[in-house]
Ligand binder design. Structure first.
Ligand SMILES: Nc1ncnc2c1ncn2[C@@H]1O[C@H](COP(=O)(O)OP(=O)(O)OP(=O)(O)O)[C@@H](O)[C@H]1O
Length: 210
């Protein structure tokens, strides 16, 4: 049974089509890459399959049930990073990551280990005591991804995780996402990076501009 399925989802506002009907389905250990030009609807599709917005038509099913972002088991299953999250001004990077990991059930020492492992994987360990406002834009992007990876999940949804990153960091991100797929997570990314798509996609969906 697929862990995540979108059936003919579309989005319109008044007479304008933001996303033409599209379907996707994936199980654990699969990666779906959503591609398409600027404005073709990639972010809209990701927000729909994350349960953040309701489609105008069609439905999204997570683990056999209609998706509902307010349902705690949905939020436990799915980690999504679509745009930058809100950050706390007074928390360091490491404190943010421990806070998120603890919220999703890791004990104090396990949360520290998860935070350590996540910053090392993305090569931002030397920044662990910084505040977010003390980072470069690429470092913020890596930290934003870290907030999605540090917690347990079965489904990972990422919108253009390669944004603002150099080639070395794009490769780190690619390897980190690949590792999640290899351990059995289902992953959906929107991306303009051919390398990233090549590394993670078992299925590609290309959206056409409406
Ligand atoms: N709140 C909104 N109201 C009206 N139109 C919107 C809204 N949000 C997005 N759109 C429009 O919906 C279309 C799809 O936008 P979306 O952000 O999903 O595209 P995208 O494929 O992710 O683009 P990009 O590659 O530039 O990130 C665009 O034409 C955009 O202008």
């Amino acid at each position: 049974m697929p862990i995540l399925e979108a059936r003919d989802v579309s989005m319109s506002i008044d007479s304008e089509t933001l996303l033409a009907p599209v379907s996707l389905s994936l199980t654990g250990g699969e990666g779906v890459a959503v591609q398409g030009r600027n404005g073709s609807g990639k972010t809209t599709l990701l927000r729909i399959v994350s349960g953040q917005i309701r489609p105008t038509s069609g439905e999204v099913v997570l683990d056999g049930r209609p998706i509902d972002e307010r349902n705690v088991s949905v939020r436990r299953t799915l980690s999504a990073r679509i745009g930058l999250p809100a950050f706390a001004r007074e928390l360091t990077l490491h404190e943010h990551l421990r806070f998120i990991a603890t919220t999703w059930g890791l004990s104090g020492s396990a949360a520290v280990e998860a935070a350590d492992a996540t910053v090392e994987k993305l090569e931002i360990g030397h920044l662990r005591r910084r505040f977010v406002n003390e980072l470069s834009s690429g470092q913020v992007q890596l930290f934003s991804l870290a907030t999605a990876l540090v917690r347990p999940f079965d489904v990972l949804i990422l919108d253009e995780p390669e944004q603002r990153l150099d080639a070395h960091r794009r490769a780190l991100v690619s390897a980190a996402i690949r590792a999640e797929i290899d351990r059995g997570a289902a992953v959906v990314i929107a991306s303009h990076s051919a390398d990233l798509v090549e590394a993670i996609a078992t299925t590609r969906i290309t959206l056409e501009e409406s």
